[in-house]
Design a protein around this ligand. Sequence first.
Ligand code: SAM
Length: 349
Amino acid sequence: MSHNPPDIADTFGRPLKSLRLSVTDRCNLRCKYCMPEEEYAWLPRDNVLTFEEMAAVTGYFTDLGVDKVRLTGGEPLLRRDLPRLVRLLFQNRKITDLALTTNGILLGDQAQDLFDAGVHRITISIDTLRPERFRALTRRDEHARVLEGIQTVRQVGFTGLKLDTVAIRGFNDDELPDLIEFGKGHRAEVRFIEYMDVGGATDWSMDQVLSRAAILEALGRRYGQIAPVEEVSSAPAQRFLLPDGTSFGIIPSTTTPFCSTCDRSRVTADGMWYLCLYAKDGTDLRQPLRSGVSPDSIRELIRSVWQGRKDRGAEERKALGQAGVREARLIEVKKLREDPHLEMHARGG
Ligand code: SAM
């Protein structure tokens, strides 16, 4: 008889529900807000979990209540034979939502296999519709392939496509309506993400953050009255409706953090578990996994760490901003080199 696993809650009563599994720290773009350098200290290859290890770790989490799993990276499609991992995860019936976040470049080749393997939903990151801006932001000439990837995802039959855009003042703030129209044309919901001062975003400054309020104002100027969607959700995006019924989302992590409902945590490709995007320290799951520790003991480790969780990283960062010291407290390049786990591209966005 199947039964739902019991929820476990952290010190603020937040359940363990959503897991982001980073399958590689490598990326084929060099977005200025995430990977402003060309070269990085990469996770040692021998430490990177095999697909079987990733499926086992995911299983411990689903035994404790996780039902949403998102594959991310780095760029997850760079991990060779990713559909094989998807097939392993698809066998885990406790996962009700198996999603993937990608920059889309390799989707033209891989979307069909990922669909066949069992990915439920895809989110594609696209920050601009202009090839020259894309090149300037990402330092790669791949815009056409991203567009092709979006096209392929639809042809293959995925529904529930989301397009994620980091909204940056002075970069793409004049493109918000264009992106909404592009989303409509592809039956995709566009979500604008506030630029975050995460590890790796060493060029971040508050004046580049296009706030939720500024995004709503810009879209209101173009479309008229915008209405919030009334829904109870632990999803990071707040959803809104345009007068014609088109929905879009805003993920206001910088100005309006959602720490109080955050039910997500992250496992890096080498098996480090982080309770918050901003956390400085994590829990090593690779070591117990590889040294033959019993599944029960690993589940117990996860349970006790989650039950002690106090993280409210984005709220704490916001408080630093109010104290006027946020920029000064960005993680320095030297520290990022010493511990690549601090990087957004290692943790997965
Ligand atoms: N490579 C995949 C992709 O492009 O979606 C997955 C990993 S990427 C780190 C996940 C998401 O994090 C992307 O949508 C990216 O735009 C977002 N991201 C990276 N750095 C960010 C920052 N400083 N502020 C806000 N979002 C960021």
